[in-house]
Design a protein around this ligand. Structure first.
Ligand SMILES: [Zn+2]
Length: 302
């Protein structure tokens, strides 16, 4: 009986010792993990939870890597109330001239030199009162009908358009890159339809003049890109913190992904595949980056 009692006590002490060791180990594991979070994500730490539950209301530096593009799992998004998201000056009365260029990687659209100070951009939504100025827009398409960089629940779209902006407070795009709230990229997604989008005709016809890398045309933004307005006027979008999908991959981006796609016919989409790149004239047909780990970061639905 006494022996049994002693054995039980010893077992109890042993269990306690194991429990203690595990606890201490877990503690160190946790400490180590939050220390390692800058390089890669391991475990949901206090920092993660704080970041996840407060974004975008509290803009703080992310506790782990936030690269883009990502697969957006729509059921993971938290619905939030935010001020209305607004496109400012894009389709106003001003006759804003843009360069539309085949830059060897994509079709790249930027303000002409005379128009650098025109106030077009975005504000509201997760940006609250801050104004983000337009830098450029460009397009992503694919060899087949799966050219979007982002995916939604594992599904690609045929096309993705990125409107890139920097926060006006930081002065320039290159300066804004250094800040976790420096940039805002708005994504519109294109879905294949049977019918041509007639509003897109000016732009699609211009692709014939952009076949060679370096070639460029100057157009009024309102005439060339009015077809984007119906997507921009939608009020449903996802927003999440991420990075540029090209060098320098700065983790400075508030991504706005509009959920209702624009329509583009297969015939119109095919025109983009005639464009040539800088690499020995190969067709531009794979200009997207591979998906990045989502790392349990915040995502909201508006
Ligand atoms: Zn892009």
């Amino acid at each position: 009986m006494l022996n049994d009692f002693m054995i039980m006590t010893s077992l109890g002490s042993l269990m306690y010792l194991i429990f203690q060791t595990l606890t201490v180990k877990s503690f160190f594991k946790l400490a180590l993990t939050s220390h390692e979070l800058n390089s890669s994500y391991r475990l949901e730490s206090t920092d993660d939870l704080l970041y996840k539950s407060n974004w975008p209301f509290l803009k703080v530096r992310p506790p782990h890597r936030i690269q883009s593009p990502v697969n957006i799992i729509t059921s993971n998004a938290t619905q939030v109330m935010l001020p209305p998201f607004q496109h400012v000056g894009y389709w106003g009365d001003d006759e804003i001239l843009v360069n539309v260029t085949n830059n060897g990687h994509t079709v790249y659209v930027s303000l002409t030199n005379d128009e650098q100070n025109i106030p077009i951009g975005v504000t509201g939504g997760p940006l609250f009162d801050d104004l983000y100025m337009f830098d450029q827009l460009h397009l992503h398409w694919g060899e087949h009908d799966e050219g979007s960089e982002h995916k939604f629940n594992g599904q690609s779209y045929a096309m993705e358009i990125h409107l890139v902006h920097h926060k006006i407070d930081y002065g320039t795009f290159n300066e804004a890159l250094k800040y976790y709230d420096g940039l805002c990229v708005v994504s519109y997604f294109g879905e294949i339809s049977e019918e041509d989008d007639e509003e897109m005709t000016n732009f699609i016809n211009d692709l014939q003049s952009l076949i060679e890398p370096g070639s460029s045309v100057i157009r009024l933004i309102g005439e060339e890109f009015f077809w984007l307005k119906k997507t921009a006027d939608q009020i449903d979008y996802f927003a999440y913190p991420g990075s540029l999908t090209t060098e320098p991959y700065a983790e400075s981006v508030t991504w706005i992904a509009f959920t209702i796609p624009f329509k583009i016919s297969r015939k119109q989409l095919a025109k983009f595949r005639n464009l040539r790149s800088h690499d020995s004239g190969v067709l531009i047909n794979k200009n997207d980056r591979e998906l990045q780990e989502f790392n349990n970061r915040p995502i909201v639905y508006v």
